[in-house]
Write a protein that binds this ligand. Sequence first.
Ligand code: ZN
Length: 310
Amino acid sequence: MREIIRLEPVFKQMVWGGAGLRDHFGYELPGEDTGEAWVASAHPQGDCRIAEGRFAGKTLSWLWKEHRELFGGAKGEEFPLLVKFIDAKEDLSIQVHPDDAYARVHADGARGKYECWYILDCKEGADIIVGHKARTKEELEQMIGKEQWEDFLNVRPIHPGDFFQIPPGTVHAIRNGTLLIEIQQNSAVTYRLYDYGRMPGGKPRELHLAQAMDVIGCPYVESEGATETFHKEGYDRTFLAACPFFTVEKYVVRTALSLSQEDPFLLLCVIDGEGAVDGTEIQKGDCLLLPAGYGTAKIKGSLSIVTAHI
Ligand code: ZN
Protein backbone atom coordinates (compact mmCIF):
# COMPACT_ATOMS: atom_id res chain seq x y z
CA MET A 1 0.00 0.00 0.00
CA ARG A 2 1.32 3.45 -0.89
CA GLU A 3 1.03 5.51 2.24
CA ILE A 4 2.41 8.83 3.33
CA ILE A 5 3.43 9.13 6.97
CA ARG A 6 3.09 12.66 8.29
CA LEU A 7 5.20 13.46 11.36
CA GLU A 8 4.38 16.01 14.04
CA PRO A 9 7.27 18.19 15.24
CA VAL A 10 8.60 18.16 18.81
CA PHE A 11 9.60 21.63 20.01
CA LYS A 12 12.57 22.35 22.26
CA GLN A 13 12.86 25.46 24.40
CA MET A 14 16.46 26.62 24.65
CA VAL A 15 18.41 29.35 26.43
CA TRP A 16 19.32 30.66 22.93
CA GLY A 17 15.88 30.14 21.29
CA GLY A 18 13.35 32.66 20.00
CA ALA A 19 10.11 32.87 18.02
CA GLY A 20 11.56 32.59 14.52
CA LEU A 21 10.10 29.12 13.96
CA ARG A 22 6.63 30.63 14.30
CA ASP A 23 7.46 33.61 12.07
CA HIS A 24 8.91 31.40 9.35
CA PHE A 25 6.79 28.24 9.47
CA GLY A 26 3.60 29.33 11.27
CA TYR A 27 4.09 26.78 14.05
CA GLU A 28 2.32 27.15 17.39
CA LEU A 29 5.28 27.34 19.74
CA PRO A 30 5.42 26.38 23.44
CA GLY A 31 7.26 29.64 24.28
CA GLU A 32 9.21 32.63 23.03
CA ASP A 33 12.46 30.73 23.63
CA THR A 34 11.88 27.90 21.17
CA GLY A 35 15.16 26.90 19.57
CA GLU A 36 14.39 23.69 17.75
CA ALA A 37 11.62 21.81 15.97
CA TRP A 38 12.54 18.14 15.70
CA VAL A 39 10.56 17.32 12.57
CA ALA A 40 11.82 13.78 11.98
CA SER A 41 12.99 12.16 15.18
CA ALA A 42 12.70 8.85 17.00
CA HIS A 43 15.10 9.97 19.73
CA PRO A 44 13.87 9.33 23.32
CA GLN A 45 14.33 13.05 24.08
CA GLY A 46 11.84 13.95 21.33
CA ASP A 47 9.98 11.15 19.57
CA CYS A 48 7.75 12.46 16.74
CA ARG A 49 4.13 11.30 16.65
CA ILE A 50 2.43 10.25 13.46
CA ALA A 51 -0.29 12.77 12.64
CA GLU A 52 -2.83 10.76 10.64
CA GLY A 53 -3.69 7.46 8.98
CA ARG A 54 -3.65 3.95 10.44
CA PHE A 55 -0.68 4.76 12.71
CA ALA A 56 -2.08 8.07 14.02
CA GLY A 57 -0.80 8.83 17.53
CA LYS A 58 2.00 6.25 17.43
CA THR A 59 5.61 7.42 17.55
CA LEU A 60 8.32 7.13 14.93
CA SER A 61 10.38 4.90 17.26
CA TRP A 62 7.36 2.58 17.60
CA LEU A 63 6.95 2.45 13.83
CA TRP A 64 10.65 1.64 13.38
CA LYS A 65 10.37 -1.18 15.94
CA GLU A 66 7.04 -2.71 14.88
CA HIS A 67 6.94 -2.10 11.13
CA ARG A 68 10.47 -2.46 9.85
CA GLU A 69 9.06 -3.51 6.49
CA LEU A 70 8.12 0.17 5.95
CA PHE A 71 11.86 0.91 6.13
CA GLY A 72 12.82 -1.82 3.72
CA GLY A 73 14.05 -4.00 6.59
CA ALA A 74 16.86 -1.49 7.35
CA LYS A 75 19.08 -2.67 10.20
CA GLY A 76 19.75 -1.06 13.57
CA GLU A 77 18.10 -0.73 16.95
CA GLU A 78 17.16 2.91 16.43
CA PHE A 79 15.90 4.97 13.54
CA PRO A 80 19.16 6.36 12.14
CA LEU A 81 18.41 10.03 11.34
CA LEU A 82 17.24 13.18 13.09
CA VAL A 83 16.09 16.30 11.25
CA LYS A 84 15.59 19.65 12.99
CA PHE A 85 14.71 23.21 12.13
CA ILE A 86 16.83 25.48 14.32
CA ASP A 87 16.21 29.15 15.11
CA ALA A 88 19.09 30.79 16.96
CA LYS A 89 18.10 34.10 18.52
CA GLU A 90 21.29 33.97 20.58
CA ASP A 91 24.59 32.13 20.03
CA LEU A 92 24.69 28.38 20.63
CA SER A 93 27.50 27.01 22.78
CA ILE A 94 30.83 26.14 21.14
CA GLN A 95 30.70 22.37 20.83
CA VAL A 96 31.92 19.19 19.21
CA HIS A 97 30.46 15.71 18.73
CA PRO A 98 32.18 12.31 18.92
CA ASP A 99 32.16 9.64 16.21
CA ASP A 100 30.41 6.28 16.59
CA ALA A 101 33.48 4.52 18.00
CA TYR A 102 34.11 7.11 20.74
CA ALA A 103 30.42 7.46 21.66
CA ARG A 104 29.98 3.70 21.95
CA VAL A 105 32.70 3.53 24.63
CA HIS A 106 32.30 6.91 26.37
CA ALA A 107 28.58 7.72 25.98
CA ASP A 108 26.78 4.53 27.00
CA GLY A 109 26.73 2.94 23.56
CA ALA A 110 25.13 5.98 21.90
CA ARG A 111 25.81 6.90 18.30
CA GLY A 112 28.26 9.55 17.26
CA LYS A 113 26.99 12.59 15.44
CA TYR A 114 27.71 13.63 11.88
CA GLU A 115 25.59 16.65 11.07
CA CYS A 116 25.04 19.09 8.23
CA TRP A 117 23.35 22.48 7.92
CA TYR A 118 21.49 24.20 5.14
CA ILE A 119 20.99 27.91 5.90
CA LEU A 120 17.34 28.90 5.36
CA ASP A 121 17.58 32.51 6.49
CA CYS A 122 19.93 34.76 8.42
CA LYS A 123 20.40 38.36 9.42
CA GLU A 124 22.66 40.69 7.47
CA GLY A 125 26.28 40.04 8.43
CA ALA A 126 25.54 36.72 10.17
CA ASP A 127 28.31 34.20 10.71
CA ILE A 128 28.88 30.68 11.96
CA ILE A 129 31.71 28.74 13.56
CA VAL A 130 33.07 25.73 11.70
CA GLY A 131 36.51 24.39 12.58
CA HIS A 132 39.45 25.89 14.46
CA LYS A 133 42.88 27.34 13.83
CA ALA A 134 45.13 25.35 16.18
CA ARG A 135 47.88 23.57 14.25
CA THR A 136 48.89 21.04 16.87
CA LYS A 137 47.29 19.23 19.81
CA GLU A 138 49.47 21.31 22.20
CA GLU A 139 48.25 24.55 20.64
CA LEU A 140 44.70 23.25 20.82
CA GLU A 141 44.97 22.48 24.54
CA GLN A 142 46.61 25.82 25.23
CA MET A 143 44.03 27.86 23.30
CA ILE A 144 41.11 26.06 24.96
CA GLY A 145 42.76 26.12 28.41
CA LYS A 146 43.36 29.88 28.20
CA GLU A 147 40.00 30.53 26.51
CA GLN A 148 41.64 32.21 23.50
CA TRP A 149 38.44 31.87 21.53
CA GLU A 150 39.09 34.67 19.05
CA ASP A 151 42.38 33.13 17.94
CA PHE A 152 41.07 29.59 18.09
CA LEU A 153 37.73 29.63 16.30
CA ASN A 154 37.17 29.62 12.57
CA VAL A 155 34.38 32.17 12.00
CA ARG A 156 32.74 32.20 8.57
CA PRO A 157 30.18 34.59 7.04
CA ILE A 158 26.92 32.93 5.98
CA HIS A 159 24.10 33.60 3.52
CA PRO A 160 20.79 31.83 2.81
CA GLY A 161 21.46 28.76 0.67
CA ASP A 162 24.89 28.01 2.18
CA PHE A 163 25.55 24.45 3.17
CA PHE A 164 28.01 23.08 5.77
CA GLN A 165 29.09 19.57 6.67
CA ILE A 166 30.09 18.99 10.29
CA PRO A 167 31.77 15.59 10.66
CA PRO A 168 32.46 14.29 14.19
CA GLY A 169 35.45 16.07 15.72
CA THR A 170 34.62 19.46 14.10
CA VAL A 171 34.38 22.40 16.51
CA HIS A 172 31.21 24.31 15.63
CA ALA A 173 28.53 26.74 16.76
CA ILE A 174 25.44 28.24 15.20
CA ARG A 175 25.31 31.96 15.98
CA ASN A 176 22.56 34.46 16.57
CA GLY A 177 20.28 35.48 13.72
CA THR A 178 20.36 32.14 11.92
CA LEU A 179 17.55 29.84 10.78
CA LEU A 180 18.61 26.50 9.35
CA ILE A 181 17.67 22.88 8.75
CA GLU A 182 19.99 20.33 10.33
CA ILE A 183 20.23 16.72 9.20
CA GLN A 184 22.18 14.50 11.55
CA GLN A 185 22.72 11.02 12.90
CA ASN A 186 20.20 10.14 15.60
CA SER A 187 22.29 11.21 18.56
CA ALA A 188 22.33 13.88 21.25
CA VAL A 189 25.91 13.42 22.44
CA THR A 190 27.37 16.93 22.64
CA TYR A 191 30.62 18.03 24.27
CA ARG A 192 30.43 21.68 25.19
CA LEU A 193 33.62 23.77 25.13
CA TYR A 194 32.34 27.22 25.98
CA ASP A 195 28.96 28.74 26.79
CA TYR A 196 29.82 32.49 27.00
CA GLY A 197 29.56 32.36 30.80
CA ARG A 198 25.77 32.13 30.58
CA MET A 199 23.86 31.22 33.73
CA PRO A 200 20.42 29.92 32.70
CA GLY A 201 18.38 29.35 35.88
CA GLY A 202 21.24 30.76 37.96
CA LYS A 203 23.90 28.20 37.09
CA PRO A 204 26.14 27.47 34.13
CA ARG A 205 25.46 24.60 31.73
CA GLU A 206 27.95 21.76 32.06
CA LEU A 207 31.17 21.84 30.00
CA HIS A 208 32.96 18.68 28.78
CA LEU A 209 36.51 19.84 28.08
CA ALA A 210 38.30 16.51 28.51
CA GLN A 211 36.00 14.64 26.10
CA ALA A 212 36.03 17.59 23.69
CA MET A 213 39.83 17.61 23.54
CA ASP A 214 39.78 13.83 23.00
CA VAL A 215 37.60 14.07 19.91
CA ILE A 216 38.57 17.36 18.22
CA GLY A 217 40.43 16.70 14.99
CA CYS A 218 43.71 18.64 14.72
CA PRO A 219 44.53 20.39 12.48
CA TYR A 220 41.02 21.11 11.20
CA VAL A 221 40.46 19.89 7.65
CA GLU A 222 37.59 21.51 5.77
CA SER A 223 35.11 18.94 4.49
CA GLU A 224 32.58 20.75 2.39
CA GLY A 225 31.54 18.65 -0.53
CA ALA A 226 30.70 20.67 -3.62
CA THR A 227 26.98 21.19 -4.05
CA GLU A 228 25.67 20.92 -7.57
CA THR A 229 22.38 22.13 -9.06
CA PHE A 230 20.58 20.61 -12.04
CA HIS A 231 17.90 22.68 -13.78
CA LYS A 232 14.99 20.55 -15.02
CA GLU A 233 11.62 21.28 -16.48
CA GLY A 234 9.38 22.25 -13.57
CA TYR A 235 12.04 22.05 -10.84
CA ASP A 236 15.69 22.44 -9.79
CA ARG A 237 17.53 19.67 -7.98
CA THR A 238 20.55 20.42 -5.79
CA PHE A 239 22.76 17.70 -4.49
CA LEU A 240 23.91 18.74 -1.01
CA ALA A 241 25.58 15.90 0.88
CA ALA A 242 26.49 12.27 0.79
CA CYS A 243 28.35 10.91 3.79
CA PRO A 244 28.42 7.33 5.12
CA PHE A 245 25.28 8.09 7.17
CA PHE A 246 22.92 10.02 4.89
CA THR A 247 22.28 11.66 1.55
CA VAL A 248 20.65 15.10 1.42
CA GLU A 249 19.16 16.91 -1.56
CA LYS A 250 17.14 20.05 -2.11
CA TYR A 251 14.41 20.56 -4.70
CA VAL A 252 12.85 23.83 -5.75
CA VAL A 253 9.56 22.89 -7.38
CA ARG A 254 8.14 25.53 -9.71
CA THR A 255 5.31 23.44 -11.14
CA ALA A 256 5.78 19.68 -10.73
CA LEU A 257 8.33 17.04 -9.81
CA SER A 258 8.24 13.25 -10.15
CA LEU A 259 10.39 11.94 -7.33
CA SER A 260 11.40 8.31 -7.38
CA GLN A 261 11.52 6.77 -3.88
CA GLU A 262 13.66 3.61 -4.11
CA ASP A 263 15.47 3.97 -0.77
CA PRO A 264 14.65 2.25 2.56
CA PHE A 265 12.71 5.43 3.38
CA LEU A 266 12.68 9.06 2.32
CA LEU A 267 12.21 12.06 4.60
CA LEU A 268 10.69 15.04 2.83
CA CYS A 269 10.78 18.36 4.69
CA VAL A 270 9.10 21.43 3.24
CA ILE A 271 11.30 24.49 3.83
CA ASP A 272 9.21 26.99 1.87
CA GLY A 273 5.95 27.35 -0.09
CA GLU A 274 3.10 24.87 -0.42
CA GLY A 275 1.79 22.15 -2.67
CA ALA A 276 0.82 18.48 -2.59
CA VAL A 277 2.43 15.04 -2.66
CA ASP A 278 0.13 12.61 -4.51
CA GLY A 279 -2.86 14.66 -3.38
CA THR A 280 -1.73 15.10 0.25
CA GLU A 281 -1.44 18.83 0.91
CA ILE A 282 1.82 20.08 2.33
CA GLN A 283 3.19 23.43 3.39
CA LYS A 284 6.36 24.87 4.84
CA GLY A 285 7.26 23.26 8.16
CA ASP A 286 5.73 19.88 7.25
CA CYS A 287 7.75 16.68 7.26
CA LEU A 288 6.63 13.47 5.56
CA LEU A 289 8.11 9.99 5.50
CA LEU A 290 7.67 8.00 2.29
CA PRO A 291 8.20 4.34 3.17
CA ALA A 292 10.09 1.62 1.30
CA GLY A 293 8.60 0.65 -2.05
CA TYR A 294 6.66 3.89 -2.39
CA GLY A 295 7.71 4.34 -5.99
CA THR A 296 7.25 7.63 -7.78
CA ALA A 297 5.81 10.54 -5.82
CA LYS A 298 4.13 13.28 -7.85
CA ILE A 299 4.79 16.61 -6.17
CA LYS A 300 2.96 19.71 -7.35
CA GLY A 301 2.92 23.31 -6.31
CA SER A 302 5.38 26.10 -5.67
CA LEU A 303 7.62 24.90 -2.88
CA SER A 304 11.13 24.03 -1.74
CA ILE A 305 11.89 20.75 -0.05
CA VAL A 306 14.89 19.07 1.54
CA THR A 307 15.02 15.28 1.34
CA ALA A 308 17.15 12.89 3.37
CA HIS A 309 17.66 9.15 3.30
CA ILE A 310 20.21 6.61 4.46
ZN1 ZN B 1 26.23 20.19 16.84
